[in-house]
Design a protein around this ligand. Structure first.
Ligand code: PMP
Length: 364
């Protein structure tokens, strides 16, 4: 008998998560490097003080005011607009996706995505006892629609994760491809377009939100952790048919979003122009980083996100370690030989470039 008496399939597993190291230049978790202003922090503190006076009561279980504010925010990205009844929020988009699998996955059901992709998807499947199937992307990390459709037809999945832009590759999806896959899955399942990095996409790639009126089985997830510069807040959300939100209500824990979280998120949304104000700078810095890496002779995946996947290195761990010794923390993730760097401030990216030149000169 081994202790603790954990579920068989969890025995010996380690928790997911990037190393949390105290380094001068942290470019490993795709955060926004620009924090809130003093005025924004003061407004959040006032909102939390107000919420504190009501802490003897449970919070609004339906988080109505927050869903209204999120619907308003999302409506910028689709000519059809988004109604509050189409919105649902939770503690990070991680929790949103776990709730989706609790409601639409489970024993006897199948979830599917295409690798390389976000490594939490198989963990949500495992934790909800959902069968996990993984297709492959092409060599350039794009999605082969015919192959994807064939896999959907063969596996009959109940949940399909289509991140756009994808993590760790940065690859965005053409909405036409998403529409085709929604049709292939049909109303037997849901298609989750994870737009955690949606605000960073390059001009000309529309959000999947535009497809909501034509595909009832489409779910678009977003987060305030990335472009919105509020990773510490833990607020993720989705837009979908109101019937999908109703299904999630069955599995959510009561009062899952604390009064403090709701007040903070509402105050942050009032400061959306400021918090999102650096997205254009970060896009520019991303494009410059990709161009520089290519000039150095590295392969770089086209990126619509706030990070770049580059390589390939015969010993990527040695490069990761060398960068860390120079005070620059990147992420050892993706296919063998590749590394991922988040886009930081211009000073942080200079430190990254200098460190990479130094480390690769020593190693190669
Ligand atoms: N989706 C993708 C593709 C991500 O990369 C991440 C975070 N790294 C998340 C979802 C979850 O983000 P959060 O829980 O902070 O909203």
């Amino acid at each position: 008998m081994t202790f603790p008496p954990i579920r068989e399939e969890l025995r010996g597993l380690t928790p997911y998560g990037a190393p949390q190291l105290d380094v001068p230049v942290a470019l490993n978790t795709n955060e926004n490097p620009y924090g809130p202003s003093q005025a924004c922090a003061d407004d959040i503190a006032d909102a939390v003080r107000e919420a504190a006076l009501g802490l003897h009561r449970y919070p609004d279980r339906e988080h109505v005011a927050l869903r209204e504010a999120l619907a308003d925010y999302l409506s910028r990205d689709t000519p059809h607009g988004i109604e509050p009844a189409q919105v649902w929020a939770a503690n990070g988009s991680n929790e949103v996706m776990l709730q989706l699998l609790q409601a639409f996955g489970g024993p006897g059901r199948t979830a599917l995505s295409f690798a390389p992709t976000y490594s939490m998807y198989p963990e949500y499947a495992r934790d909800s006892s959902t069968r996990w199937v993984q297709g492959r992307r092409r060599e350039d990390f794009s999605l082969d629609l015919d192959a994807a459709r064939a896999l959907v037809e063969a596996e009959q999945p109940h949940v399909v994760f289509l991140p756009s832009p994808n993590n760790p590759t940065g690859t965005a999806l053409d909405p036409a491809v998403i529409g085709e896959l929604c049709a292939a899955v049909g109303e037997r399942g849901v298609v989750v377009v994870d737009e955690a990095y949606g605000e960073f996409r390059r001009a000309g790639t529309p959000s999947a939100l535009e497809l909501l009126p034509t595909h009832r089985n489409l779910v678009v997830t977003r987060t305030m952790s990335k472009a919105f510069a509020a990773a510490g807040l833990r607020l993720g959300y989705l837009a979908a048919d109101p019937a999908i939100c109703d299904a999630i209500r069955v599995v959510r824990l009561p009062y899952h979003l604390s009064a403090v979280t709701q007040a903070t998120a509402l105050a942050a949304l009032r400061h959306a122009p400021e918090l999102l104000g650096r997205v254009a700078d970060l896009r520019g810095e991303r494009d410059a980083t990709v161009a520089w890496l290519r000039e150095q002779g590295w392969q770089v995946a086209d990126s619509d996100a706030n990070f770049a996947l580059f390589g390939t290195f015969a010993d990527r761990h040695a490069v990761w370690q060398g960068l860390l010794e120079q005070g620059v923390l990147v992420r050892e993730v993706g296919p063998p030989g590749w590394l991922r760097v988040s886009i930081g401030t211009p000073a942080e990216m200079t430190a990254f470039r200098d460190a990479l030149v130094h480390v690769t000169a020593q190693i190669t």
